[in-house]
Write a protein that binds this ligand. Sequence first.
Ligand SMILES: *[C@@H]1O[C@H](CO)[C@@H](O)[C@H](O)[C@H]1NC(C)=O
Ligand SMILES: *[C@@H]1O[C@H](CO)[C@@H](O)[C@H](O)[C@H]1NC(C)=O
Ligand SMILES: *[C@@H]1O[C@H](CO)[C@@H](O)[C@H](O)[C@H]1NC(C)=O
Length: 386
Amino acid sequence: MLVIVSPSLCSKTGKPNIPNTFDIVKYGAKGDGHTDDSNAFLKAWEAACSSTKGTPILIVPAGKIFMTQPVTFHGPCKSETINVMIRGTITAPQNREHWKSDSNDHDSWITFNHISGLVVNGGGTLNGQGASWWDKKDASNRPTALRFLGCDNVKHGPLTHFNSPRNHISVTGCDGVLISNVNLIAPETSPNTDGVDISSSTKVFIEHSTISTGDDCVAINSGSKFINITNVKCGPGHGISVGSLGKHGECATVEEVYVSHIIFTRTTNGARIKTWEGGSGYARKITYDNITLIGVKNPVIIDQQYNALESVGRGVKISDVTFRNFRGTTKDKKAIELNCARIGCTNVVLEEINITSLNGNRPSSSCSNVQGSCYSCNPTVTCLGH
Ligand SMILES: *[C@@H]1O[C@H](CO)[C@@H](O)[C@H](O)[C@H]1NC(C)=O
Ligand SMILES: *[C@@H]1O[C@H](CO)[C@@H](O)[C@H](O)[C@H]1NC(C)=O
Ligand SMILES: *[C@@H]1O[C@H](CO)[C@@H](O)[C@H](O)[C@H]1NC(C)=O
């Protein structure tokens, strides 16, 4: 028999890239929205992750709702790449009381742990069922919906995420993560529901996505480096923030952050950097470029005294920060706030800023302990050179 393998089916190594699929229904998932399908997810994952043929694909089929308790997908896997294709809906237990508490994975609902070459896509939906968690005062117990922990070379999206109890996506200790074409949606009033939360990670790119939540659209935390966020619509939400850094005297570092082509709609903040007094480390080489503002409360804000009760004379250094090409409207009076502590912020550059007020009044700016410059700024920032 003559077997013709077309070149396009071949992987780089020359081995045929045979589709190698693991449908969770074949592993016993019911997909009725109620039955606990956790075991089917884990069994399908175990099979896919130990497969050596081509790129294994774990399939969550369309047209069904699969309920799962907190699950962790552990790597490393045998293959170079592995694909989780979510075409249908995955839902968390509907009520907080029904989340299994004997699990070790309290802090997140779905965890990908130490997997490299992971692709999560399929255009389906993740529903974190956060509502029953939000009214509780005890914020520390609310789980993140999806966590990438120690993963390298990840591609995530297209996918839609709804109503996480806490962060929709956390990226922790990863190198090389591309999040694109995701919709992250939770009510404006839902507490701590960050869109994407990045920490201790390098080369994280977020692009072509829409984030509407009750907290930061993206939060960039300590240990983050080479972060690129572009073509994102944010709002409602609390903007795209670096920090908060240096809480409880911690040493925190963030550098090489590039945020561009963003539309902020009715967010509480736009571009924000916030650090606590008493910490150490730095936030530097941060650029926000080409930003459209629609009724934003605090479009540009540096706060080096976040939650400060008294000045302690130490803090996270802030330097080499650029805000360029901001246009649009602010909801409140103060469009630009550069509030640095005694240690000061250095080389803060504002360029081509034109922020007008929704109510027709002239917006204002304020600044303290900042060294830098302002070119073509409306409103002007008087403590900066021109
Ligand atoms: C970040 O994105 C911009 C496009 O907005 C691109 O020009 C730049 O090269 C990117 N940076 C990296 C490190 O990929
Ligand atoms: C600025 O960003 C918008 C999207 O917010 C994009 O459509 C436009 O092309 C960008 N402009 C430049 C000059 O890069
Ligand atoms: C600033 O924006 C307002 C409102 O869009 C516009 O009328 C004004 O011409 C702009 N100013 C500059 C210097 O571009």
